[in-house]
Write a protein that binds this ligand. Structure first.
Ligand code: CA
Ligand code: CA
Ligand code: CA
Ligand code: CA
Length: 254
């Protein structure tokens, strides 16, 4: 009997590990407010990363994300952790990625062919067509730190908007991208505590000429009905996490 119990316990442990490993990612992110805007330069030391709660960041890889083009072989090939925050004007996003081959050779008009972050914003949180509705916007920021905005406004479907900021650095095992999106470019967005937008995130992993695509939610990135939610918290980072010590990026890397 004891061995059967032990075997059952072992099976449960293995099953729990398997389920944890393959658990689907959450479909909502909750952005804390920040009092001090990060500098958009790709350097993450101005984000108090240790204060972010589980619902304020997203770890994505080939196991818990949806790969709808190419393949993601493992954490070394491609994995990302995305942090979100906001203030009165901006949505801030930081992505720390592992990537075994960096592609940065394409220009701004084709930055989706580089390793890049793709943000999908539904400002009214009412789905609708993309492209089509003016509150449905795609923002790409690539490993060169170049932001490109895609929308269907008066026939102009892609543009470099100087108000959208991007920054990036290469690291020993990948790259970091930092972005700031002024939400005034998205009509009717409630960038206030208690507000929310429709939101999705996808990533390009370009490796030696092969284009691989990893989505947070859904299997068609332009399908707004498959997007999740980004909610704006009333908690300000640091104040809402009393008792926890802020750590610098250098502390976390040790
Ligand atoms: Ca920074
Ligand atoms: Ca890769
Ligand atoms: Ca919409
Ligand atoms: Ca790559």
């Amino acid at each position: 009997m004891r061995s059967r119990i032990a075997l059952a316990a072992l099976w449960c442990t293995v099953a729990a590990c398997f389920m944890a490993r393959h658990a689907a990612a959450q479909d909502t992110l909750i952005a804390p407010r920040v009092d001090t805007a990060p500098t958009i330069d790709g350097e993450p030391d101005d984000w108090q990363l240790s204060l972010f709660t589980d619902d304020a960041y997203l770890h994505l890889d080939g196991a818990n994300g949806n790969v709808n083009a190419g393949a993601i072989d493992g954490e070394d090939d491609y994995s990302t952790t995305t942090y979100v925050a906001y203030d009165d004007d901006m949505l801030y996003v930081l992505v720390v990625a592992r990537d075994d081959a960096i592609e940065s050779g394409f220009g701004p008009a084709n930055n989706w062919e580089n390793d890049c972050l793709e943000l999908w914003i539904d400002g009214r949180d009412n789905d609708g067509a993309f492209p089509g509705e003016d509150d449905n916007v795609q923002v790409n920021v690539d490993v060169n730190g170049v932001p490109m905005v895609y929308r269907d406004a008066g026939g102009v479907k892609a543009a470099l908007l100087p108000e959208v900021l991007g920054g990036s650095i290469e690291t020993a095992d990948g790259w970091i991208i930092e972005a700031a999106i002024p939400m005034e470019i998205v009509p009717d967005t409630e960038l206030v505590a208690g507000g929310q937008i429709g939101f999705n995130i996808s990533f390009v992993d370009a490796d030696d000429g092969v284009w691989n695509h990893l989505l947070w939610l859904g299997d068609q990135e332009v399908n707004t009905a498959q997007w999740g939610t980004l909610a704006f918290s009333s908690d300000t980072l640091a104040v809402g996490a009393a008792g926890k010590l802020a750590a610098t990026w250098g502390d976390l890397r040790r």
